[in-house]
Design a protein around this ligand. Structure first.
Ligand code: GLY
Ligand code: MN
Ligand code: MN
Length: 464
């Protein structure tokens, strides 16, 4: 039996089907195919939700999970076999493979969706379907189905009249990784760590940022990864103070720091690592002190990760360490506890109301002064998406960590070239250290732990 049939997908579908019951259906279209310019096909990237529940990799598909139809509850609509098209873009499985390899109860060519969809979802009051994914024909069909059902409902007492985003069911499931997912994420992390080691050997004064990028991405692909999880950030000197610098087009100045933020995607699962290297092989004392502060923030935030802890505490822990370092360096002024209390209050205000957010821009400069140096959060969920799904607030309460969640821990400090409060040595410096951490039954597992962070070990990596 194929992996898709025997593997985790059927288990996940069974959970969703149970939640749907006999009065709801879910319609999951494959992601659209993307083009660059007029006719260059980009490598296809499946939709995460569809893949999570089916493992189906081909474009154009639509999966429907529906009330019992007499032929089961899982119907796949797929591209039909087509010798002429297959000559250009490769073999298609067609409906037969959809049944035999992907476990569909029934499967049809995608061209039959318009005549069959209404019947499959007719007993459902609720349709789980995402608007705005770029599958316009499918979206139009769903809209027509709901409009027609409004009339039919008067006679049958059944028929869809509510649309809900599938994330309402799937986000919570995807937030807790199962063993199959954790194994893939460990592999994505392992590949990324090895590629980072190779890329570190390319770090030297005068080398191109692109050469480090090339070493990283060769390292990913050589080990069978799908490719980079996101455009790799290879940012030397002041480029590292631009958080999403992806041009990677300059050379590495001697004596500066190089921030590398990259990760492999392996069978759809992502890793996301940052390390900061001294271009000349040694941190200066000032660079090292700032680096140690970021590392201490990362270690302190990671140390608290275990079930039951509020996610926001990870950020608050990292922020406290970084704020203390900024005070030490004379980059912030005031009392640590007062600054933290003010920052907490400002965050709470910004989270609670639109009015609060409005006030934030004008009135919170002082409390938020640290944001000049640490402008981003400490964590995001990681999984099928790099910034993976999962609400941070649940029923009005802070999300608590639970076994199976995977998050990044990625504090950073960035000092703008124009920052007059900083000594010349530290102007135009960006430092970020990022690990991927799984929550376990009684603590955590750092998936990227094999890539060191101690400054002397980082120096040794650069020396090759
Ligand atoms: N590389 C994007 C991030 O760290 O979130
Ligand atoms: Mn990253
Ligand atoms: Mn990240």
């Amino acid at each position: 039996m194929s992996e898709a049939l025997a593997g985790p997908y059927a288990v996940r579908r069974a959970r969703v089907l149970e939640a749907l019951g006999d009065r709801a259906a879910m319609i999951l279209p494959a992601a659209p195919e993307l083009r660059a310019g007029s006719d260059v096909d980009l490598r296809y990237r499946p939709d995460a939700d569809l893949y999570y529940l089916t493992g189906y990799p081909e474009p154009e598909a639509v999966a429907v999970l529906h009330p019992e139809s007499g032929a089961g509850r899982y119907t796949l609509f797929v591209r039909p076999r087509d010798a002429e098209q297959e000559l250009w873009t490769g073999v298609r499985g067609g409906p037969e493979a959809a049944r035999e390899r992907f476990g569909a109860d029934a499967a049809f060519p995608i061209g039959e969706l318009s005549q069959r969809l209404a019947g499959l979802v007719a007993p459902a009051d609720v349709l789980y379907f995402r608007l705005g994914t770029g599958r316009h024909t499918v979206e139009r069909l769903v809209r027509e189905t709901v409009v027609r059902a409004r009339h039919a409902r008067q006679r049958s007492g059944r028929g869809p009249r509510a649309l809900i985003d599938p994330g309402a069911l799937l986000d919570e499931m995807r937030l807790i990784k199962d063993d199959h997912e954790l194994a893939l994420m460990r592999e994505a992390a392992r590949i990324s760590v090895e590629a980072f080691r190779e890329a570190a050997c390319a770090v030297r004064p005068g080398a191109g940022e692109w050469a480090v990028e090339a070493a990283l991405e060769a390292g990913f692909r050589r080990r069978g990864a799908d490719g980079p999880a996101f455009p790799s950030i290879v940012a030397a000197g002041a480029n590292a103070t631009v958080l999403h610098y992806i041009e990677n087009g300059e050379t590495l100045p001697a004596g500066t720091l190089l921030l590398v933020d990259a990760g492999a995607r392996f069978r759809m699962y992502n890793a996301d690592i940052s390390r900061t290297f001294p271009v000349s092989g040694r941190f200066t004392p000032g660079q090292r002190a700032l680096y140690e502060a970021v590392r201490a923030a990362k270690d302190a935030a990671t140390a608290i990760i275990r079930p039951g802890v509020e996610l926001r505490e990870v950020h608050r822990t990292a922020r406290r360490v970084l704020m203390a370092a900024l005070l030490d360096h004379g980059l912030l002024e005031g009392d640590l506890d007062a600054l933290i209390a003010a920052a907490d209050e400002a965050d709470a205000r910004a989270a609670s109301t639109a009015a609060g957010r409005g006030r934030g821009a004008a009135g919170e400069k002082k409390e938020q002064a640290y944001k000049r140096f640490f402008p981003h959060g400490t964590s995001h969920w990681l999984g099928l998406d790099v910034h993976d799904v999962g609400d941070r607030i649940v029923d009005g309460k802070q999300r608590r960590l639970a076994p199976g969640m995977v998050l990044t821990v990625e504090p950073g400090l960035y000092i703008a070239p124009s920052c007059e409060a900083a000594p010349a040595e530290l102007r135009g410096v960006g430092i970020r250290i990022e690990d991927d951490v799984a929550v376990t039954a009684d603590g955590h597992e750092v998936l990227t732990a094999a890539l060191p962070t101690a400054p002397e070990e980082i120096e040794a990596l650069v020396a090759g």
